[in-house]
Design a protein around this ligand. Structure first.
Ligand SMILES: [Zn+2]
Length: 428
């Protein structure tokens, strides 16, 4: 876990450290927290008392070091297990994709209380109607729940974002979103504070927040409608000058390739994102043959068509296998380059564009990374993120909880409201 400091004026930071330790290690004790954080037992005990008073954590059955309960008089000093109190603090997470919206309700204890996917109205990129729909979804999510425990809404959207002033989307590949003040509109529609984050960065934050390990360095590769990346080095999210670091979808892989929505030519996104792969297949076999194979080739069917290609490839369609393999290799080449630049030890893959193409992408990345520069110093693992397709939504919700309970998060854009804790009641 993170190291604390015993200097008296950084109480908030230490409180965040202790709460984070309890959250990541349910059942831990004051002594163990002191050992792991470097704080004195007295400091930890004082902080735990405050967290108990605020209803954020709870004490479990006193346990002995070997995990058994004390029976009568015991020689060893019993330890009291600590854990986050379920239901004490929650956050909503939203992830906008071109055609749908994912919504989750996440508890501080890490439990995902609700997962919902709703289609977005209107043509892709109609930001006004999409945000209205999102506000409806949030209100429905909170309806009938004790919403006083919900400390905010996290929103994951395709980048880039303009964080100067009200957070505005400047998504180049979603023209209808440009200049839209997402946070302000959603705050207006829900009455809750809103934190906006680039989707790939949000997914990386979520993977970090839900992990029990600390000191991690990884590249999160998000394949949705577009391709984005989130870079984490020793638990710190690389944000860059304006919060827009990690746009791996706009590294050029084929200078002679198609024009990209960003204005460059042959970007990874222009050759390997689901829309590009579907287009390539249709060009290769002809549109009538592609339709006969089950593709719809409509603006709103890109992800379904991309899934269909995965199924066709599995049934022996060589053209489908070829276009998916080429895209996987392009993604792998970019990942290889980024891994060498930022020196991470993990690559985490996620997003709805990997539903049927994920194994192929993972294998291609593993092949490329066999010659990563630091291979003799440390291995680089490649795996799928545990949050699956909801990674962005869960990450956005995690970012809200992290920001609300910690003074160290750099991605603070809209202050979360003071958390109102309901009276401490026994949790069943
Ligand atoms: Zn580009």
């Amino acid at each position: 876990m993170r190291r604390g400091t015993n200097l008296p004026w950084v109480g908030d930071y230490n409180q965040a450290v202790v709460l984070d330790g309890i959250r990541r290690h349910p059942g831990t004790s004051r002594t163990e927290l002191a050992g792991a954080s470097g704080l004195t037992l007295q400091t930890v005990s004082n902080i735990v008392r405050r967290l108990l008073d605020r209803g954020l954590v709870q004490e479990g059955e006193p346990l002995l070091r070997n995990g058994s309960r004390p029976a009568g008089r015991t020689a060893g000093k019993p330890r009291t297990a600590l854990s986050v109190r379920p239901g004490a603090v929650q956050a909503v997470g939203l992830q906008f994709e071109r055609e749908h919206l994912d919504a989750v309700l996440l508890d501080l204890s890490g439990e995902v209380l609700t997962v919902d996917r709703v289609p977005l109205p209107g043509p892709p990129g109609d930001a006004g109607r999409a945000v209205d729909r999102a506000a409806d979804v949030v209100r429905a999510l909170l309806d009938g729940r004790g919403s006083e425990a919900v400390c905010g809404v996290g929103v994951a959207v395709p980048g880039p974002l303009d964080f100067a002033g009200p957070v505005r989307s400047s998504a180049i590949n979603l023209p209808g979103w440009r200049g839209v003040a997402i946070a302000d509109l959603l705050t207006e529609g829900t009455g809750l504070p809103v934190l906006v984050e680039n989707d790939a960065t949000a997914a990386a934050v979520g993977d970090l927040w839900r992990s029990r390990r600390t000191g991690r360095s990884f590249l999160y590769v998000h394949v949705g409608a577009g391709i984005g990346g989130g870079v984490v080095v020793r638990d710190e999210v690389l944000r860059g000058e304006s919060g827009n670091a990690g746009e791996i979808g706009h590294l050029v892989v084929d200078p002679a390739g198609p024009a990209c929505s960003c204005g460059a030519t042959g970007c990874l996104e222009a050759v390997a994102a689901p829309a590009a792969v579907v287009t390539r297949y249709a060009e290769r076999v002809g549109r009538p043959a592609a339709r006969r194979a089950g593709l719809l080739l409509a603006e709103r069917s890109v992800l379904d068509d991309h899934d269909r290609l995965g199924i066709l490839a599995g049934r022996g369609d060589q053209a489908a296998a070829a276009v998916l393999e080429a895209a996987a290799d392009d993604i792998a080449r970019v990942v290889f380059g980024v891994v060498n630049v930022v020196d991470v030890s993990e690559v985490v893959l996620g997003g709805s564009g990997l539903r049927h193409a994920g194994d192929r992408v993972r294998a291609a990345v593993q092949r490329r990374l066999a010659v990563a520069m630091a291979r003799e110093v440390h291995p680089v693992s490649v795996r799928f993120g545990e949050a699956g397709e909801q990674a962005g939504a869960l990450g956005a919700a995690s970012a809200v909880l992290h920001e609300a309970l910690s003074s160290t998060w750099a991605g603070v854009h809209v202050p979360a409201r003071e958390i109102v804790i309901s009276p401490v009641a026994p949790v069943h």
